[in-house]
Design a protein around this ligand. Structure first.
Ligand code: CA
Length: 227
């Protein structure tokens, strides 16, 4: 299990890393938001410990950036906040933090939260009912995660919405204007041609599973209905 620590107070960060490593976790420290975000993208950790008050890019901005990137959006985040800063706690949870710990905290309390969040995350992944499946294709809507037999697939937010819409109703034909409606607002102007390009991109990314998305000539697209 790998944990990324983003905390500008270096002694706190280093002590956390030391303790977490002693407890069997891999841990990396970053002392500002920009470096921390790069570290999260580079390491794809199982959990992020994120200080709220950081110079430059603050904890909220880092949290939003992690959540808006399909490659990192499902990584659990525990925010470290100053005591009694209720506004911070609420805004942290609003932008997608999973939990928070108020400073000063004891390491034992923090470790308990880390374990609880990791356990919850694993349970969600293990609960098959959360997933939408078609053949080897598995979509986890809660985590914006798509996998095929060959492994994880990285889609843009719009591609993800298109794929989820089709796969939720195998056999149903969606015309291009319906698909445009589904992703409107995420792209500036969407045309039929853009839908075609996006579908082609999704198929390519899905590899063998790309054949599950069928073209219905003169109408639009559908997910293949499997027996
Ligand atoms: Ca700080």
């Amino acid at each position: 299990m790998k944990i990324v620590i983003i905390e500008d107070e270096q002694d706190i960060a280093d002590l956390l890393r030391y303790n977490l490593q002693r407890d069997g976790y891999e841990a990396e420290c970053y002392y500002n938001g920009e470096d921390g975000l790069k570290g999260v993208r580079e390491h794809s950790p199982d959990l992020v410990l994120l200080d709220f008050m950081l110079p430059g890019m603050n904890g909220l901005d880092v949290c939003k950036a992690i959540r808006s990137d399909t490659a990192t959006m499902s990584i659990p985040i525990i925010m470290l906040t100053a005591r009694n800063e209720e506004v911070d706690i609420v805004s942290g949870l609003e932008v997608g933090a999973d939990d928070y710990v108020t400073k000063p905290f004891s390491y034992r309390v923090l470790l308990a939260r880390v374990r609880a969040v990791l356990r919850r995350d694993k349970e969600e992944v293990d609960k098959g009912r959360k997933f939408v499946r078609l053949g080897d294709l598995v979509i986890d809507p809660g985590k914006f995660r798509v996998t095929t037999g060959a492994g994880r697939v990285e889609l843009t937010a719009s591609e993800f919405q298109l794929l989820l819409t089709l796969v939720k109703r195998p056999g149903w034909v969606f015309d291009r204007s319906q698909l445009i409606d589904i992703i409107r607002g995420e792209e500036a102007v969407i045309t039929d041609r853009i839908i075609d390009v996006m579908i082609a991109g999704i198929r390519k990314k899905l590899g063998d599973c790309g054949a599950l998305i069928e073209t219905v000539r003169g109408v639009g697209y559908r997910a293949r209905e499997l027996e």
